[in-house]
Design a protein around this ligand. Structure first.
Ligand code: PGA
Length: 256
């Protein structure tokens, strides 16, 4: 049985301590004792210590939006995995479409970062997803398969089960609405089948696949009963505590 999980990356939308403390406090008050669903928040690096303090004693976990591709050394401006671990982060987001398109991150870099996460005991949330060009060229399946292989191949079987795959169709990020329920259900099923074919059935049954891309309270309601959707990865619509709470509760099916 896969436990549901809902998280949010604040990207650089939250860019001050003031905003971050208001939001973290609101989330802690509303969702701090949540048990049915795993919860996580990924703030910008300098906000991690403050977020950690705000979530102290709650069930809400926190993590980083990225790590450096190397463990240590001359990597100006990068953040080492060791510090992320020492800050007691639980999760690290990897391979987001914005990292790929704006900062030239590759599948190979993601694979190295997944290995660093295993080494340091952090759970990677690896984003995968096709672009609209992939759809036009009829190669969405190939793109997803390639990204899944890079995400999972270098890990031990035990660690693979912990990795979270975040399906984020690139064309659905930053839009007014998420992809349709049917599209998401179909693709999550395909992702699970790809994991089964390239790895094994046990892993495909255990690995959590979450959806991201313009997730709103409405999306959460629609996806709450979709078998292969184990969670939600929320962006802009989770930047108000009340909305984030609504998304969590809708996904639990509480408002039905
Ligand atoms: P969005 O971001 O919800 O603002 O589209 C989602 C994401 O990139 O994970």
């Amino acid at each position: 049985m896969r436990k549901k999980i809902v998280g949010s990356s604040w990207k650089m939308h939250i860019n001050s301590f003031d905003e971050a403390s208001t939001l973290a406090q609101g989330i802690a008050e509303r969702l701090g004792s949540e048990e049915e669903v795993d919860l996580f928040i990924l703030p910008a690096f300098p906000l991690i210590t403050m977020t950690k303090a705000m979530f102290y004693g709650t069930n809400i976990k926190f993590g980083a939006q990225n790590i450096a591709v190397a463990e240590k050394g001359a990597h100006t401006g990068e953040v080492p995995v060791k510090l992320v671990k020492e800050l007691e982060c639980a999760y690290v987001e990897l391979n987001h479409a914005e990292r790929r398109s704006m900062y030239n991150e590759t599948d190979e870099m993601t694979a190295i970062k997944v290995s660093l996460c295993e080494q340091y005991g952090l759970t990677p949330i690896v984003c995968i997803g096709e672009t609209s060009e992939d759809i036009e060229r009829d190669r969405s399946r190939l793109t997803l398969r390639t990204q899944i292989l890079w995400a999972l191949e270098n890990s031990s079987p035990a660690f693979r089960e912990q990795i979270i795959l975040a399906y984020e169709p690139v064309w659905a990020i930053g839009q007014a609405e998420s992809a349709s329920k049917e599209y998401i259900a179909k693709t999550h099923k395909m992702i699970r089948e790809l994991v089964k074919a390239d790895f094994n059935e046990d892993l495909s049954n255990k690995i959590r696949i979450i959806y991201g891309g313009s997730v709103s309270p409405e999306t959460a309601l629609q996806l709450s009963d979709v078998e292969d959707v184990d969670g939600l990865f929320v962006g802009r619509f989770g930047l108000q505590a009340e909305n984030f709470e609504k998304i969590v509760n809708n996904f639990k099916g509480e408002s039905r």
